[in-house]
Ligand binder design. Structure first.
Ligand code: TK8
Length: 339
């Protein structure tokens, strides 16, 4: 290297060190945000996490970097929630169902057959009721930013097609770690076993459990078709995911940084719902092509299940509070009336 070039380089490096960067005089290292999730990278959850990371990076001009870490590599939902509360991890996306132990109002979303379609789910989740429930997280050390779609859940198992309620008798069915799910499936006659999602595939493979329930997208992306023969279209509950932030960490961010994250979370929500619905529309035929035997739950059986599960509703209303229950039902009534 000749003298002239070296001098230039040294001068440039010095200038870079000395130059004051507007608003970042001392802290020019990018903020690293660990964003954990449970599904694999090739899932709808993984694609939306990547989209979120790109949005944040772009909007902050590289000053905030999201490291999206999937496949429960940072632990199952419940473990990540605790890491967020303690401030050891910045962000995650996971099921609202696994948050019920922290914020009981989240149980409202576990109400069987609460929403009839995605339009109702979007309206209620993004509306005043959804916001109210999300804001309850703050007192527990979490900040909720957006609801993503996990989706309508359907039953799979390795034993037999479920054509009627009695077919669930004796089926060992993995459920999310949550009393509403446990009660619901016990009420229907299944032998419900709570397990974290990260343990589900191997539990199915080793026949520790016979079945599980999840949206088509997850049955596909997690390859449950490899270990489950029967799929019953039951749409028994709509399950949301929720993007959350460690409040401890959030409180140390500038208003601008907070806005970048909430805007990106909303953009990722819209991306994720579109992507999930596109994939979901094709997933059932993909699952059939993979060899799953699919049956629709006859309407009369769905009605019987609904009736049986009505008693669980009382428990949920008591848990989340009658006011929240009524408010949710009121919103749905309005939506259904308005069409
Ligand atoms: C992923 C889970 C998953 C959920 C489940 O972490 O546990 O069955 O549907 O999406 O949150």
């Amino acid at each position: 290297m000749n003298f002239f070039r070296r001098t230039l380089l040294v001068a440039a490096a010095g200038a870079a060190l000395l130059a004051p960067v507007a608003g970042y005089s001392a802290d020019i290292k990018p903020r690293i945000i660990r964003f954990g999730y449970g599904l694999n990278e090739q899932s709808n959850q993984g694609r939306a996490a990547k989209f979120f990371a790109e949005q944040v990076e772009k909007a902050s001009q590289g000053k905030m970097k999201v490291r999206a870490i999937g496949a429960a590599a940072l632990g199952p939902d419940t473990q990540m929630q605790q890491a967020l509360i303690g401030g050891a991890q910045e962000m995650m996306v996971g099921s609202t169902a696994t948050l019920v132990g922290i914020t009981k109002e989240m149980a409202i979303w576990d109400t069987p057959f609460l929403f009839n379609n995605a339009r109702e789910a979007d309206a209620v989740l993004d509306g005043p009721v959804g916001t109210k429930v999300m804001d309850k997280l703050q007192a527990k050390g979490l900040v909720g930013l957006a609801y993503w779609e996990n989706g309508f859940r359907n039953l799979t198992n390795s034993k037999r097609p479920v054509q009627k309620m009695e077919d669930l008798d004796g089926i060992k069915l993995r459920v999310m770690q949550n009393n509403v799910y446990l009660d619901s499936f016990k009420t229907l006659g299944a032998n419900a076993v709570p397990l974290p999602f990260s343990e589900l595939f191997s539990a199915l493979e080793t026949k520790t459990v016979d079945g599980q329930e999840n949206p088509y997208n997850t049955i596909l992306s997690s390859k449950f078709y490899e270990v489950q023969k029967f799929l019953t279209v039951s749409n028994h509950v709509y399950s949301p995911w929720i993007v959350t932030v460690s409040k401890k960490w959030w409180d140390g961010l500038s208003k601008d940084e907070q806005k970048i994250l909430s805007d990106a979370a909303k953009a990722s929500r819209d991306f994720e719902r579109r992507d999930t619905r596109d994939e979901g529309a094709k997933a059932l035929s993909d699952l059939k092509a993979k060899g799953m035997q699919v049956n629709e739950l006859p309407a009369s059986e769905a009605a019987r299940m609904r009736e049986k599960l009505a008693k669980v509703n009382g428990t949920i209303a008591a848990e989340v509070g009658q006011d929240l229950w009524n408010e949710t039902q009121g919103e749905l009534k309005k939506l259904r009336g308005a069409k």
